[in-house]
Design a protein around this ligand. Structure first.
Ligand code: ADP
Length: 513
């Protein structure tokens, strides 16, 4: 009864009906509870009246003779009124006591419900805390795996660079060709690793910028096939490729990201295949390309198919196979950011097929020949002045090595104030400025140079921190373009060509752009 709060009592229903009846007879702005109280009181009074009246009537008819009837009736009448008054007080007292009990019961019920709610909320918080704890532990574990993996990935190329550097130091007569090749490859690997880590961080915080390049698709595919042909051959894996004649030559996409996606999937296909083959198949229909990278390798169990896209997840205990478990994470994130989808089908011990579907809109043929700046030995027109500012002398030397043979008039500065002074006196056509320098940083120096020389100077900012350029360029930014260290010489040449409006000259003295 306490749980149904008296609603299930027969008496309660009667009281409700009586209260409703009372409300109809004497309508007033009273609550249902007040009407119920009055109904209970009237009911109790009525019962008392009936009992007392009944007893008195019995006394009257049995006990009195006719001569005393009138006086007995009077006395009984008085006694009835007195008893009824007493009964009214008693009924009112009991009803109030009952009401108090009901209020107490209601309060107990309310407290019980609140307590139950609280216990439930505690259980929910407990479960959430448990989940958060497990997630934090998993993240911690992942971070440790990540650090171990990253250190391994960094250590291997560093070892190669350091080893060759030591060899060259000990024996200057040593042929530097191999060393340079290994050092360059190692540097590229390190730069790729840093790029990959930055990519994940940028994709996760939403600052990755997708570019729209016009690319020669068959050329890109051929480059990628060339890249993997030797790798597959060395491993004894047959590598085939197939794309239709109807594949458009020029398409719009972010070439760096597309290359990254295909390289990740193809290197996995070859890495995880010990016998049989790997295949790259491309289909193109209605501006949508499907790249299918399949292999007859170790395959992935059905239960692990989702897990392999999680960071640092490596399945199947591939001992000895290099990798840190970031490739598929990056590939999946990149495909999604480019508006495409990545799907996989795989069977353990049989092979896998990864499919990337991307919108690759066909582009019109380029108006001019692509630049072949790599072979440029100079440029047409007057001699241009370039002021290079970097606190790191190695970078100044490197830039000198690149730019001097091309015939630029160069000046160098190691800090911001020096740069501003040289810019004022020398009035260069282009200032190449490092951002992070002690004292005055590159941005401050760039603003001062812009203020001093106005639009007559082009400013190219250089930074090793890709986050410096992660936001979109603003109208009031002092620079015209930027480069992220380490940069490809081709990229620097391309910036110079645009900023200084150059026409490169090839060894045959022909304009090449
Ligand atoms: P990594 O190759 O560096 O380990 P990935 O993120 O590229 O990292 O791949 C994650 C895991 O998915 C791999 O460790 C491997 O177990 C599995 N995997 C990826 N591609 C293939 C494939 N083609 N065949 C079999 N297993 C694969």
């Amino acid at each position: 009864e306490a749980r149904c709060h008296d609603a299930c009592k027969e008496d309660r229903r009667l009281v409700d009906q009586a209260a409703a009846l009372l409300r109809r007879i004497v309508p007033a702005r009273l609550t249902h509870g007040a009407y119920a109280l009055v109904a209970r009181f009237l009911g109790a009074l009525m019962i008392c009246g009936l009992v007392i009246g009944g007893v008195f009537a019995l006394l009257y008819y049995r006990g009195a003779d006719s001569s005393a009837q009138a006086s007995v009736a009077g006395a009984l009448g008085l006694a009835f009124v007195a008893l009824m008054t007493l009964a009214a007080f008693a009924a009112w007292f009991f009803i109030l006591a009952g009401e108090n009990q009901r209020t107490a019961e209601g309060e107990t019920e309310r407290q019980t419900v609140m307590l139950l709610d609280e216990i439930e909320a505690h259980q929910r918080t407990d479960a959430a805390l448990q989940r958060a704890k497990e997630a934090a532990e998993a993240a911690n574990l992942a971070k440790s795996r990540y650090i171990v993996g990253v250190s391994h990935e960094i250590r291997a190329p560093l070892n190669a660079i350091s080893g060759y550097a030591q060899l060259m130091e000990r024996n200057p007569a040593l042929s530097s060709r191999d060393a340079v090749r290994v050092i360059r490859r190692s540097a590229t690997h390190l730069a790729d690793l840093v790029d990959g880590l930055l990519d994940i961080s940028r994709i996760e915080n939403g600052t990755l910028r997708i570019e729209r390049n016009r690319i020669n698709l068959p050329e890109l595919l051929n480059q990628i096939v060339d890249m993997f042909r030797l790798q597959a051959l060395a491993k004894g894996v047959a590598f085939t490729h197939e794309w239709p004649e109807t594949l458009p030559v020029w398409v719009h996409t972010d070439v760096k990201r597309l290359r990254q996606i295909l390289i990740n999937l193809l290197s996995n296909a070859i890495k995880y295949t010990n016998a049989g083959g790997a295949m790259l198949k491309v289909r193109w229909r209605a501006q949508v390309a499907e790249f299918e990278i399949s292999d007859t390798g170790v395959g992935v169990a059905e239960a692990d198919l989702e897990r392999i896209f999680e960071p640092f997840e490596r399945v199947g205990g591939e001992t000895g196979v290099p990798g840190i478990g970031l490739g598929l994470t990056i590939t999946k994130l990149l495909t999604a950011v480019m508006g495409g989808e990545l799907t996989v089908t795989s069977e353990l011990g049989v092979g896998s097929a990864f499919r990337v579907r991307l919108l690759l809109s066909e582009a019109p043929l380029p108006a001019e020949r692509p630049a072949a700046e790599r072979r440029a030995t100079g440029y047409q027109g007057p001699r241009r002045k370039i002021l290079v500012t970097d606190d790191d002398p190695t970078h100044l030397d490197l830039t000198r090595e690149i730019l001097q043979p091309l015939g630029f008039d160069l000046s160098f500065s190691r800090d911001g104030p020096g740069c501003i002074e040289l810019a004022r006196s020398g009035e260069p056509d282009l200032v190449i400025l490092d951002i992070s320098m002690p004292g005055m940083n590159g941005w401050e120096a760039a603003r001062a140079v812009r203020a001093a020389l106005g639009e007559s100077v082009a400013i190219l900012m250089v930074s090793a921190n890709a986050h410096d350029f992660s936001r979109t360029r603003r109208e009031d930014d002092p620079h015209d373009d930027f480069l992220i260290k380490p940069y490809e010489i081709d990229d620097l040449m391309e910036r110079l060509q645009t900023l200084l409006d150059l026409q490169w000259v090839s060894p045959a003295a022909e304009p090449v752009s």
